[in-house]
Design a protein around this ligand. Structure first.
Ligand SMILES: *Cc1c(COP(=O)(O)O)cnc(C)c1O
Length: 496
């Protein structure tokens, strides 16, 4: 393809993409294909000779679209939003244009410098404590990773090395120190609550450290409290184990609970600044975007006592996947744990430490130009535009809750609308009946193809989750969903 052919093909593709978005409501939300649908539609091997662009593009409509689940459709209320926007899409085109592996500053100075600036902008917009800014007093700063899972694994590596180095700092270099380091490694425990996203457990699995959970209860709104954490820490210490890391969550996946940051920091305060200090990471992958609203800013204050924080702009902040923003209060811990300097990566700027080399803040070497889309989104919408988007998701969640409570004969709110997520169940006179009716309703709604919802099981309660943060959701969508929920539930109860 030459540049003239590219011009024509790319313009046609853009028309096609704009048409897709203009008609996003026309599709069934979830793809209606069977596993293995694609193989019979494609040749058994790659073509020997290059094909015409027309025939390649035609296959988008006929072969790919049927297997697409439409995450931007208003009926998509499953999981969490994974939002796109035109400014982000255009940024991706430019990012692809300046394609490179961008691991060191000199690989493209703009890629590094824009990332540092945009991460400071976003930290300020969220009201994150000053310690997370690149120019802050503790030498912190932000970096863009691909996913929250990657962010959590990365900070856990830094937490592990910090813990072990501090616990063995009193020993002279030598075999004894080495032995003690390996002994400690075998005792390490990473912690989360029972509501913590599975990525923390997975990170522990990858690092080969133990994982333990702090219990949560319905009575406390499924938040991790400082007292529950203290009890768990005592238990682990009594077994001779070394808790070194904790994920605290702002917006759990099941019910959008927020852990008790104040209580957690009170429990951990006696260990701060001493060997045995526990690294606290705040996972705000989804709901962190709600900190853009001033009313939520107080939630960010106690995070000043913690070590790192992540938020996925690719979830609720109109920035296309993948874009996970991570901040640390002391970048030195990441760099100590992750820096490797073979000869081929050396250059005058890096060697003199004049620049940031983001390769030392992440697991992969190479990196994408992700900050461009965040920059475009922040500028095209402005903080006000993004606030309006977040507020809309929150208001629509509250609207659904208000409708559900008008029918106590049919529905029970399980957890109230919070950050654009409501969870509810179908009424019934026993726990068993509530569970089976809720499951049935859930299956029927998803089978309709008009909406895509997810469910969760918390402490043996089956609940339906509705996430209202996708940018195309409107009040009419919420009304339509509510009408369908009522009609379907009434129909099911009649048949019982
Ligand atoms: C979505 C989510 C994750 C996982 O995010 P990835 O970027 O897909 O790894 C982790 N934690 C929370 C709280 C989430 O909402």
């Amino acid at each position: 393809m030459d540049s003239q052919q590219f011009r024509e093909a790319a313009k046609a593709a853009i028309d096609d993409i704009a048409k897709y978005y203009d008609n996003i409501s026309d599709h069934r939300v979830v793809a209606d294909v069977e596993p293995g649908y694609l193989r019979p539609l494609l040749p058994a091997s790659a073509p020997l000779e290059g094909e015409s662009w027309d025939s390649i593009q035609a296959d988008i409509q006929s072969k790919i679209l049927p297997g697409i689940t439409h995450w931007q459709a208003p009926g998509f209320m499953a999981f969490f939003p994974c939002s796109s926007s035109y400014p982000a899409a255009i940024a991706e085109m430019y990012s692809n244009t300046f394609n490179g592996a961008h691991f060191n500053w000199i690989c493209s100075p703009a890629v590094t410098e824009l990332e540092t600036i945009v991460m400071d902008w976003l930290a300020q917009a969220l009201g994150l404590p000053e310690c997370f800014l690149s120019g802050g007093p503790t030498h912190g700063g932000g970096v863009l990773h691909g996913s929250a899972s990657e962010a959590i694994l990365t900070v856990m590596v830094a937490a592990r090395d910090k813990y072990i180095n501090e616990a063995t700092a009193h020993l002279p270099e030598g075999e004894e120190k080495e032995e003690e380091m390996w002994r400690l490694r075998s005792k390490l425990v990473a912690l989360g609550s029972e509501g913590t996203h599975s990525s923390t457990k997975k990170a522990a699995q990858v690092l080969g450290v133990r994982f333990a959970t702090v219990p949560i209860s319905e009575k406390e709104g499924f938040t991790m409290t400082g007292e529950a954490l203290a009890t768990k820490l005592d238990e682990l210490k009594a077994k001779g184990l070394e808790p070194f890391y904790l994920t605290a969550t702002l917006g759990t996946t099941d019910v959008c609970a927020v852990d008790d940051f104040e209580g957690i920091s009170r429990t951990l305060a006696p260990r701060v600044g001493k060997p045995g200090e526990i690294w606290v990471h705040v996972d705000a992958a989804y709901a962190g975007a709600a900190l853009l609203l001033d009313e939520n800013k107080p939630l960010a204050k106690p995070i000043a006592n913690f070590h790192s924080f992540n938020l996925n702009p690719h979830k609720w902040m109109l920035t296309t996947f993948d874009c996970s923003a991570v901040w640390v209060r002391q970048r030195g811990h990441l760099i100590n744990a992750l820096s490797i300097k073979p000869h081929y990566l050396r250059n005058q700027y890096s060697d003199n430490e004049l620049v940031t080399d983001y390769r030392d803040w992440q697991i992969p070497l190479g990196r994408r130009f992700r900050s461009l889309k965040l920059w475009f989104v922040l500028r095209a919408y402005g903080i006000r535009g993004l606030q309006a988007h977040i507020q809309s998701g929150i208001t629509l969640g509250e609207s659904l809750e208000a409708k559900l409570v008008t029918r106590p004969d049919l529905f029970i709110i399980f957890t109230k609308a919070h950050f654009g997520l409501v969870t509810f169940r179908v009424s019934g006179d026993s726990e068993e009946k509530i569970n089976s009716r809720s499951q049935k309703l859930y299956d029927a709604i998803n089978a309709s193809g008009q909406f895509y919802l997810t469910s969760t099981v918390v402490k043996d309660h089956f609940a339906i989750r509705v996430c209202t943060g996708v940018a195309t959701v409107r009040e009419e969508t919420i009304q339509k969903l509510f009408d369908l929920l009522v009609e379907t539930t009434e129909g099911q109860l009649k048949l019982e």
